[in-house]
Design a binder for this molecule. Structure first.
Ligand code: TPP
Ligand code: MG
Length: 395
């Protein structure tokens, strides 16, 4: 018998093998889905019939489609403005939503006022749809507050940076809605919607949320924006099946929608929320989309992905297909687009002005929101910090 070998720690994690089987499995997990993909507006702006989901978009007449278009343009505009403000040193970081406007406006506009949303950190479009002024997002990214809106009044929880964690909060909230008898046929019935990314699906919190939601029939829509990347990790590193198919293993329905099609996202989310409100939840929606910018302003995507991928997705732009549809199928005139542009310029100016005018927070601000109740420890730290701060000249 040979002498036992001394154990040496691995110096690196082995790369997954790229065998033929792995490549095929990866393609199955990330393929656009063909017949399984719900789409009401093609990238060329053609309205497609869908026997299952048309009724959930039946009330979307031309003014309503114009309103969705306006939403997406305005949201994109303040997203680009925030990105620029970060580059100019006005924000510490920004998390761009470029490319995900349809996925977010469709889902956000599908919600009823009494529904509750649990976002991650990229859901600026959903925030907009919940009536939160975009200037309220600035404090988080300037590092001056944790989010200033009222989650109960707006039905939009504060942003969550810990990946997937909001799935537990959302599931617990939805279980509460069920226990309190808020699920049913009445007009006040409630549901919850939880937003997370493709990468989050690899987190234990998401799995646990799915399990609890399933066995308690919790009224929660799990809304996964599959934007193809979790920072530098592509979806094929996260799954061997399309993400929406994972729902089957938990015992609820999963569906994949074209996340760049605002009409389809609206219809499918309306359907899913209605299922949940009437006791048929949970539901998983995979909105198949693409992150057209960097993960955050601290990231450089040219280090890990090829430019031609972005070029392909530009052809599926969520805003352009609505514009083409409005012009080709509904003869919408240029005046409308000029008006949206003017509104977007106004929003950008107001947003920028607000950001540059933001006063620095009082030095003891960071101590004021640690605990709900006063704490002698935090109070002592506050006093010490203020004394230290006052020791500098000119403050
Ligand atoms: C628990 C946890 N692990 C790691 C991180 C670091 N992190 C921040 S964003 C991110 C990727 C998330 O990707 P995805 O869920 O696809 O969402 P996306 O950013 O693409 O919207 C990671 C790993 C974190 N914030 N929390
Ligand atoms: Mg992602």
């Amino acid at each position: 018998m040979s002498a036992p070998q001394a154990w040496t720690p691995a110096t690196s994690v082995p790369e997954p093998q790229a065998s033929r089987d792995h490549v095929v499995a990866g393609l199955k997990g990330t393929d656009e889905g063909g017949a399984d993909l719900v789409q009401l507006l093609t990238p060329e702006g053609l309205r497609m019939a869908d026997p299952r989901f048309d009724r959930f978009a039946a009330d979307v007449d031309v003014p309503a489609l114009q309103a969705l278009y306006r939403d997406m343009v305005l949201v994109r505009r303040f997203d680009r403005e925030a990105n620029a403000l970060q580059r100019q040193g006005q924000l510490g970081i920004w998390v761009p939503l470029l490319g995900q406007e349809a996925a977010q406006i469709g889902a956000g506009r599908a919600m009823a006022p009494q529904d509750m949303a649990f976002p991650s950190y990229r859901e600026h479009g959903v925030a907009w749809a919940r009536g939160i002024d975009p200037t309220e997002l600035l404090g988080i990214f300037r590092g001056t507050d944790n989010g200033s809106w009222d989650p109960i009044a707006t039905g939009f929880h504060l942003y969550t940076i810990v990946i997937g964690n909001q799935c537990l909060n959302a599931t617990g909230y939805a279980m509460g809605q069920k226990f309190e008898g808020k699920v049913g046929d009445g007009p006040d019935a409630e549901a919850t919607i939880c937003f997370f990314g493709d990468g989050a699906t690899s987190q234990g919190d998401v799995h646990e949320g799915f399990v609890w939601a399933a066995v308690y029939d919790a009224p929660v829509v799990f809304y996964c924006q599959n934007n193809q990347w979790a920072i530098s990790e592509p979806t094929e590193r996260q799954t061997r099946v399309p993400l929406y198919k994972r729902a089957q293993g938990y015992g609820f329905e999963g569906i994949r929608v074209d996340g760049n099609d605002v009409l389809a996202c609206l219809a499918v989310t309306r359907w899913a929320l209605e299922e949940c409100r009437t006791g048929n939840g949970p539901v998983l929606i995979e909105a198949f989309t693409y992150r057209m910018d960097a993960h955050t302003t601290s990231d450089d995507p040219t280090r890990y992905r090829l430019a031609d991928e972005l070029e392909l997705w530009k052809l599926k732009d969520p805003i352009e297909r609505v514009r083409v549809n409005l012009v080709r199928e509904h003869d919408v005139e240029q005046d409308f687009f000029d008006d949206v542009q003017a509104g977007s310029d106004e929003l950008a100016a107001r947003f920028r002005q607000f950001c540059t005018d933001m006063p620095p927070p009082a030095p003891d601000r960071m101590f004021s929101q640690v605990y709900a109740e006063p704490s002698p420890n935090v109070e002592a730290q506050r006093e010490a910090f203020l004394a230290y701060h006052a020791s500098f000249e000119g403050v």
